[in-house]
Design a protein around this ligand. Structure first.
Ligand SMILES: Nc1nc2c(c(=O)[nH]1)N[C@H]1C(S)=C(S)[C@@H](COP(=O)(O)OP(=O)(O)OC[C@H]3O[C@@H](n4cnc5c(N)ncnc54)[C@H](O)[C@@H]3O)O[C@H]1N2
Ligand code: MOO
Length: 389
């Protein structure tokens, strides 16, 4: 058995980052920017008023000064003349500051009488002017990242109508097992409903992949191979179940007969021990254990970091945080344990029941408490690591 860290390193070796495609900006949220994008202009492209008021020269900014209003500047239409000493231009937020003017006095601080204004007693320190390029200059770059709404707004201001993003990796999800039916179908007396395939589908979609749910394969080599052939144009094939040592666990032999080059099998972790991975044709393949919670935990620990790597992000494990334990913990065994837990104001509390079949527990959990192999007993209050769910 290899360690979780070794397994993750092997999995990153199986990843081939996806190519680049161009999408309209309105479709680019949550996509991964594929290269730095430079601003095509300065923003603002001119010194602009930050307030509604009057544009004047600094030298005229004296309490009680009387100034002649010689024109108007609005957002989208500048005043083309010059603000001479003793004069002012009516100006609105976002308008270009006219030549000669150095500040904007807000209209609340001014008395207007026809074409004349009188400044009030107090003159603000602030000039109320946004300098040219005060937000960004032409050539300033946004670095590759997963695009959040604020990034989309910035790219729009930088005048990009289309952006280069990594193609979403196609992930074929292949549930296996004679016992499985799809949600909503009528299970036979010995059957259960496929669940983790749907959980993984949701997890992958949220991570920016394009998951494809394949039909359930039966526990025979012909059915498994037919499903694997259907999946072969995917970037990543995820099989679920049939990974262990039982007589009906046939995923590895079926895939090997189709040319799977196995990278590893079995990890010192709990749950998730019988995980298998390799390459089959042009696709990476990960054989996830069938237990519903095991498959989902492996999704968080291994598959999400792989998806990030497909999308061009640096190879990195799922981010870990630390928090104090709310209750004491017994010593851990030889496998890295990902305990379903809840984090609250008092710290982390692992659930009592940790069986990897319990989806109700997983649904209540908002953290996976990570226990290193052979970690000793821990007291309440000690800091431990966890993955946020
Ligand atoms: N003798 C041993 N038995 C087992 C070992 C072992 O080391 N020696 N490992 C155990 C561990 S740990 C796990 S995890 C499971 C993994 O088994 P498989 O990957 O072969 O999965 P299956 O046997 O096909 O299924 C296990 C369990 O999960 C249910 N299942 C499968 N697919 C789905 C699905 N898509 N949705 C919901 N539930 C699913 C299946 O019905 C079984 O109940 O092996 C242990 N055994
Ligand atoms: O380790 Mo198995 O993956 O659920 O118990």
């Amino acid at each position: 058995m290899i360690s979780v860290a070794e397994a993750l390193a092997e999995l990153f070796r199986l990843v081939r980052p996806t190519g680049i495609e161009h999408v309209p900006l309105a479709e680019a949220a949550d996509r991964s920017l594929a290269r730095p994008l430079a601003a095509r202009r300065d923003q603002p492209p001119f010194a602009a008023s930050a307030m509604d008021g009057y544009a004047i020269r600094d030298a005229d900014a004296r309490p009680g000064a009387c100034l002649r209003v010689v024109g108007e500047a609005a957002a989208g239409s500048a005043f083309r003349g010059v603000v001479e000493p003793g004069s002012a231009v009516r100006i609105f937020t976002g308008a270009p500051l006219p030549e000669g003017a150095e500040r904007v006095v807000i209209q609340e601080d001014v008395t207007r009488d026809d074409a004349e204004i009188t400044l009030g007693k107090d003159i603000e320190d602030s000039r109320n002017v946004r300098p040219l390029g005060g937000d960004f200059h032409a050539g300033d770059e946004l670095s590759p990242r997963r695009l959040r709404p604020s990034d989309i707004a910035l790219l729009a201001a930088m005048n990009h109508g289309e952006v280069p993003v990594h193609r979403k990796p196609v992930v074929a999800i292949l549930p296996t097992g004679d016992e499985l039916v799809q949600p909503g179908e009528e299970p036979g007396p010995d059957q259960i409903v496929a669940s983790n395939s749907y959980g993984l589908h949701a997890l992958l979609r949220e991570a920016g992949a394009e998951p494809r749910l394949l039909p359930i394969a039966r526990d025979d080599v012909a059915s498994l191979q037919a499903a694997l052939r259907l999946a072969q144009d995917a970037d990543l094939i995820l099989t679920i179940g049939g990974a262990s040592v039982g007589d009906h666990d046939l995923v590895a032999p079926a895939a090997e007969a189709l040319g799977l080059e196995r990278a590893f099998y079995k990890i010192a972790m709990r749950p998730g021990k019988p995980l298998m991975a390799g390459r089959i044709g042009d696709a990476a393949m990960v054989g996830l254990p069938g237990n519903p919670v095991s498959a989902m935990v492996c999704g968080h620990v291994f598959i999400l970091p792989m998806i990030a790597a497909y999308l061009g992000h640096p190879a990195a494990p799922a981010p870990r945080r630390t928090a104090p334990l709310a209750a004491p913990l017994a010593a851990n065994g030889p496998r890295e344990h990902y305990m379903r837990a809840r984090i609250g104001p008092a710290g982390l509390t692992p659930f009592e029941r940790q069986d990897s079949a319990l989806l109700t527990v997983l649904a209540e959990a908002n953290a996976l408490l990570v226990r290193p192999p052979h970690d000793g007993a821990r007291q309440a209050g000690e800091e431990v690591e966890y993955l946020a769910l």
